[in-house]
Structures are given as C-alpha cells and as structure tokens.
Design a protein around this ligand. Structure first.
Ligand code: SF4
Ligand code: SF4
Length: 140
C-alpha cells in the first residue's frame, strides 16, 4: 500500500462558518476540562458561568440554548467563546466515527458544507486517518 504524504486539514475540511453545528435544542456536554477552560476564558466565577451560560442536568453540563442556537453563537461573528469552547465543538465535524461507518460520514457531511464532498468516502477516510495519526487529537 502506498504511504500517504502529510495531509493538510484543508484537503478534507474548510469551515464555511454557516453556524449550522451551533443550532438545535441541545448542545454538546462539557467535561471537567471544558468547564475549567470556559470559566477561564470568560473570566467569571463558576457560579456566574453556571447561571448565565450553562444548563446543568444532574451531572451533565451543557450550554444554554437561546433562539434555537447555543448561547455563545453570534450570527455575525460565530462562536463568541472560541478559545474556551468545548473540545467536542473543536473536533466537529471530523468525528472518528466516520471512519467506522459510512452512514456516519453521510449524515455528518450532509449537515456540514465544510466537508470536501469531491473526495470519495474511501479517499476522505484515508486522509482523515492520516490526519489523526499526524495530529493526535484533531481540533478543527
Ligand atoms: S463546522 Fe460545518 S456546520 Fe459547523 S460552521 Fe463549519 S461548515 Fe458550518
Ligand atoms: S461553544 Fe461555540 S462552537 Fe460550540 S456550539 Fe457554542 S457557539 Fe458553537
């Protein structure tokens, strides 16, 4: 098998900043590290961040939804907490589950105009796999 040369993220994905992934009635959940980084980025107390921005259900912490989108989404400027966003937001849309099941690829790519649809599924997977090997944790 021919070894792929170094792959650039732009070969498979360039964010169109459409904001689609920040819409919906729920958001990704924040792990402990996400919570700490978001609190730091906002420069507020945990209590204030919890009250103003989070929706806490038992042990699950998510971001509040306002007008059908994440509270941090601004239609003109995008994510207003970009540096402190949850890692799952940074990972989107290049979720490794796309490598395991073409249906996952089809679903995700249908909802994200930033994915390069000119590549075949096999070619997309080869490049994504290579990127994951190169980068470890891939943040888009
Ligand atoms: S990741 Fe995809 S869905 Fe989200 S803003 Fe970028 S292009 Fe749009
Ligand atoms: S934190 Fe930012 S990237 Fe994540 S859903 Fe909210 S606005 Fe979108």
């Amino acid at each position: 098998m021919v070894e792929l040369q170094e792959v650039q993220l732009e070969e498979i994905f360039q964010c169109a900043r459409c904001g689609y992934c920040c819409q919906g009635e729920t958001t990704v959940s924040l792990d402990e590290d996400d919570q700490r980084r978001m609190i730091e980025e906002l420069g507020l107390t945990r209590e204030d961040v919890t009250e103003k921005y989070w929706r806490v259900t038992g042990r699950v912490v998510q971001m509040q939804i306002v007008d059908g989108h994440c509270i941090f989404y601004d239609k003109d400027t995008g994510c207003s907490v970009h540096k402190g966003r949850p890692w799952r937001c940074g990972q989107w849309p290049l979720h490794p589950s796309m490598l395991d099941d073409e249906n996952n690829y089809t679903t995700i790519s249908a909802s994200c105009p930033g994915i390069n649809k000119e590549l075949s599924y096999e070619e997309f997977c080869r490049k994504l796999q290579k990127l994951l090997e190169q980068e470890g944790k891939l943040i888009c």
